[in-house]
Design a protein around this ligand. Structure first.
Ligand code: GAL
Length: 419
């Protein structure tokens, strides 16, 4: 899947494709996204509604596959054929890579008219800009370091949300003894990595996480703390069920919703699934920061990069989409469904549940104390090429019983050198 962007654009040049074709209908926006699970689909439907209310046509370009790997592959092939969508779900350092290749739209005028510089946290605003110009619109802030627990199952075994990894394994043992799958897990590398980075954060703390998984510092990657993280990570494997390989993340969430599994380590898009199933935070499920990470916060900001439009009506529809994304109304209704929190710092949290309020509080607190860190599993921290190589190494370890933590550590350190 991982054809480098520069390769894609070289192919474009060879094919003589120098400009992007405009969509064929006035006021139409084609939107590429991977939001196809129950909670995700409900959320993106709100954006569609809002765009249609402005008189435009929404052309849905959904590519199933949590984490977006499939969507990115399809996006690259659309760009190769000279026909990018008007808006595409692209985030983190990948925004800069796409912008560097040209072809993205400058939406600074929309940003200025709507005060984005003022309402966005600087860490987010900077990521949306390329050479000082806005090229993407952020939708939300997802917290990744969460564990979701079925409340009835928790009560049944007399447990409580685990504050550290020892408590996590004790609770897992209790679920096992009660005939409940302790940890719901799925089968894509980003799911393995979501668990892995939570363990690194909990075992090593935010500073270590930053050295190892953001700066990719070789000393940190080869340290005893990383070795301990890998051993802890692998131990979790024995608490997952045989059906995990190949399973989608939302089906793992469904196991927790139904009480077949006790808990799942997943970002708060999982909450969107609980809600879509009519479940309430506190009463039906418990959210807690992953063990040892109460003072830290791995963030994942979804955003849409806009591609240049030739047709003025489509360009107007695209600008309206960008404006709608940051509107207070959309921020509220979308994030209530999605499980995330609004990206606007002036958003009111009254209508949100306790998990979202906690997320908001921790986002603000960790932004000040250094605990706020980008999620590598969700494409926020390092280049897609390096992230891909490290993910492969981590999943290889997760899935290979004969591999030692020492061997995995070597492979990860090597993968981190990928440019
Ligand atoms: C993440 C994305 C979330 C959520 C998740 C599962 O990468 O940021 O919005 O949809 O994938 O699909």
């Amino acid at each position: 899947m991982s054809m480098k962007l520069s390769t894609v654009f070289k192919m474009l040049a060879v094919a003589g494709v120098t400009s992007f074709a405009a969509a064929s209908f006035a006021g139409e926006v084609e939107v590429l996204h991977w939001w196809t699970s129950g909670g995700e689909a409900k959320s993106v439907a709100e954006l569609k509604k809002m765009l249609q209310a402005k008189g435009h046509t929404w052309k849905d370009f959904a590519v199933a596959g949590g984490g977006g790997d499939n969507a990115m592959t399809v996006l690259k092939s659309r760009v190769v054929s000279g026909n990018p969508p008007a808006a595409a779900q692209i985030k983190g350092p990948a925004i800069q890579e796409w912008a560097a290749e040209g072809g993205v739209a400058d939406i600074t005028a929309v940003a200025k008219a709507n005060n984005w510089d003022k309402v966005l946290p600087p860490v987010v605003a900077n990521q949306m800009k390329y050479k000082g110009k806005y090229v993407a619109a952020p939708v939300n802030v997802h917290r990744v370091n969460w564990v979701w627990i079925n409340k009835a199952a928790l009560d049944k075994v007399g447990g409580k949300a685990p504050a550290n990894w020892d408590e996590f394994f004790k609770l897992a043992d209790k679920f096992k003894a009660a005939g409940i799958v302790p940890v719901a897990h799925g089968g894509q590398d980003w799911q393995d990595f979501t668990t892995f980075e939570a363990v690194v954060l909990g075992v090593g703390g935010a500073k270590f996480y930053n050295q190892a998984l953001v700066k990719l510092d070789q000393t940190a990657l080869k340290s005893p703390t990383m070795l301990k993280s890998l051993e802890t990570f692998k131990k979790i494997h024995s608490y997952t069920d045989k059906g995990a390989p190949g399973r989608d993340w939302n089906l793992a969430t469904a196991m927790v919703i139904q009480g077949k599994a006790g808990m799942q380590i997943m970002g708060d898009w999982a909450k969107g699934e609980f809600q879509a199933a009519g479940k309430k935070a506190g009463a039906d499920f418990v959210c807690a920061a992953t063990p040892g990470s109460a003072n830290a916060y791995t963030y994942n900001v979804d955003s849409f990069v806009m591609f240049q439009q030739k047709n003025p009506a489509n360009a107007k529809a695209q600008a309206d989409l960008a404006a709608a994304i940051l509107s207070p109304e959309f921020q509220q209704v979308f994030n209530l469904n999605k499980g995330s929190i609004p990206v606007r710092t002036d958003a009111k949290m009254d209508a949100f549940d306790d998990c979202a309020k906690q997320s908001n509080k921790d986002f603000l607190a960790t932004a000040k104390n250094g605990g706020l860190q980008p999620s590598i599993a969700h494409g926020m921290a390092v280049s897609p090429a390096a992230a891909g190589a490290i993910k492969d190494a981590v999943s290889n370890f997760w899935n290979t019983d004969s591999m030692t933590a020492q061997q995995a550590q070597q492979q990860i350190a090597q993968a981190a050198l990928t440019k």
